[in-house]
Design a protein around this ligand. Sequence first.
Ligand code: FAM
Length: 436
Amino acid sequence: TKSLKETLQEVIPGKQAQLKKLKAEHAQTVVGDVKVENIIGGMRGIKAMLWEASVLDPNEGIRFHGLSIPDVQKVLPAAPGGKEIIAESMLWLLLTGQVPTEAQTRQLSRELAEKGDLPPFVEKLIDSFPATLHPMTQLGMGVAALNHDSLFQAAYEKGMKKTEYWTYMLDDCINLIARLPALAARIYRNVYNPGTPLPALNKDLDLVGNYSTLLGFGDNHSLTEYLRLYIALHGDHEGGNASAHTAHLVGSTLSDPYLAYSSALFALAGPLHGLANQEVLRWQLAMQAEIGSDVSHEQIKEYLWRTLKSGQVVPGYGHGVLRNPDPRFTALQEFCDARPELQESSIIQLVKKTYEVAPGVLKEHGKTKNPYPNVDATSGCVLYHYGLKEFKYYTVIFGVSRALGALTQLVWSRALGLPIERPKSLSMDALEKLIK
Ligand code: FAM
């Protein structure tokens, strides 16, 4: 069985050659224009960065090395006794562009479990935080502190060759992903169940199986399976979204992956990005409290208009790139449709009914370019139904997941020798001079 590193070693030369050819033959080829609207509009639509693992099509949604969500659900190995795709098989695909065998997936699960313990000083650091400190702040600080053990940084100090960058980067990325369940679960325990013991990592379990166990939901097979699907699906969403782009930018300075991903987590913590899943639940529960569970489409419509007229966004709807319902939303809805207990859940029913009404209301409102649900419209409500009710914690789960894609790109950026990022900025005066 070829290991992840051996597989990457085989794949990298082909990609390096592809980049060399692009540079040699097409360095001056024009692939788009930059308009004033791009500069003042958050760089929307500008094709300006390389990102290997996934590409987002506005209509079809995300593809991982060309595979759609239904494709990966068919081909990627699941956990023993499970059906849903898992973090390990997704990570393998993102990193190598290849579908791992069952044996490779299990080998990676074992490696992650063996490397998953936190250094004692990080445990102490996390334990010293007040329970009132937002879980995302705790996660970002914990990840940054893990750079104490960065192999990339140590090798850089000693003076490694550029061709070796990616191997140390890969080792750091695997160590970081391995430690995320223990870190994220410790934060959950400290904030919501202080004093309860945390079990040891089970070397025979997959990453998310262990995470679920540490969170206290190891016996809840449905929630564990949902977390597997959720974490695999959220793993990557191309490079321009705020968290992925932050990891890429910070990593381009040759910061180690702990610092780069810690920065990404703080971008994820904004309400227009990763915090949206906590906001969706807060908003749906407020709707339920105000108008009840067994409500008509008309009542939901009125509630939506009230949200919009008060100047707020409808959380879980709209997207920077997507222009159709998010296929990740569809995959999570299918997970719900296959389970009678979720079919009967009042909060899930409300999400579904909201979906039947919201696109029409948002179209009539006429502002958002995409009136359809994104993945966050449903993700938190399933966690809530299965008993993971602390919605301030939900973005942490997203943060565990997004490491798969952001760290994959850090390995590729070093393998391809990509330079430090440095786009040109302009003042309004300078921009006006260019226009004249
Ligand atoms: N409800 C109400 N108004 C919305 C809206 C929504 N769901 N989505 C967009 N708009 C407004 C937006 O605020 C903007 O208004 P102004 O012109 O007054 O500034 C206008 O429509 C045009 O926006 P857009 O071009 O369609 O969207 P953006 O690319 O600027 O923003 C989002 C994209 C995701 C930030 C935005 O749709 C939004 O705020 N959605 C709600 C929050 C959310 O669900 N975020 C999660 C995104 C998710 F994919 C993730 O990162 N996890």
